[in-house]
Write a protein that binds this ligand. Sequence first.
Ligand SMILES: [Zn+2]
Ligand SMILES: [Zn+2]
Length: 300
Amino acid sequence: MLFNRVQLQPLQSYVCFQMVSAVEREIVSLRDRVKRNYSYVCGLMVMLVKICESRKGLEVFSLRNGLLIILSELLLFAPQIVQLQTIETMSTLLKHFKPNTFDCSQFMHNILATIAKAIVLQIKDKITRKISSQKMETHASDVPQYWRIDRQINAETAHLLVKFVEDITTSKFTENWANAVKTELANTIMQLAQFVTLNSSSSSNLIEPSVADAVSRTAQSLKTSQFWLSVASLALISDPKWLEFAPLWRTLKARRSQEPDPLCENHDDGQTLAHFRCEVCLTNLCRECFTILHLNKTKK
Ligand SMILES: [Zn+2]
Ligand SMILES: [Zn+2]
C-alpha cells in the first residue's frame, strides 16, 4: 500500500477541498461566460456525489459552506440537462450541510427565482375585464441581471425543483432544514405584504387613494421581481401555519389580535365577519359579498 490509513485521511481531505474549489471556480467562469462548455462541471458534480456516498471527506464540505449556494446559482443559467443534474446533486449533498451555517436565504432565493421563471399567471383586469397570461420575463421590470431571464426553465425542471423543496419541507432531510426553508418561504411572502402596505401608507396617509391610484399600485407590485418570488413561495407553501415562521407575520398578528375582528362593510349588520379586504374599494368584505359587489358605507 502506498499510504497507510493515517496518511490517507489528510490526503483525501485535501483532494475534496480542491474539488469543491474547482466546482466553485468552474461555475463562476460559466456564469461570467468565460467558458461555455458544461462537461467539466458535470464531471465534478458526479465526483461530489460519489464522495458523499462513500462518506469520505464529508467534514470538508462543512468547511465549504458556499457550495450549495453556488450550485443553486448554476440553476439560473445552465441548460436543462445540467439543471437536472444540479438538482440531483443538491439532493444528495443537502443532508451534509447545516442550514444555520451558511446564507440559506441566498440559496432559497436562487431556487425561487428559477421556479418563478416557469410561472404563468392569468391576470384579470377588473376595469376592462380582459384576462391575459403573464410571465416574469415579460412583466417584471427590475429583475436582477444574475437571474439570467434570457435562460428559460421548462415545466419538467420546475416540477423537479418544486419536488426537491417539498422533500425538504416534509422533513426528508432534517427538521432543521424543514424549518429553515419554511422560514425563508414565509419571509418571502411577507416581504410582498410589506411592499404593498408600505406603498399604500406612503401614498395615502390620511387621504384615501383614488381607484386609479390603487389599481396602478397593484399593477406596480406585479412589475417587481419580489412579486414573482412571492408567487413562487406561495406555490410551495402547503400549510398557512408556516407563515408563523416569519417575524413580520407574528408582529402583524399580535397587532391584529388587539383590534376587534373586521366586519363585512357591505352586510353592515354588526355581526357578519369580513374575510377579505378589497384594496381598490378600501372595504372589508365577507366571502359572499367579495365575489358579487363591493359597496362600503360611504358609497351606499
Ligand atoms: Zn372592490
Ligand atoms: Zn357581506
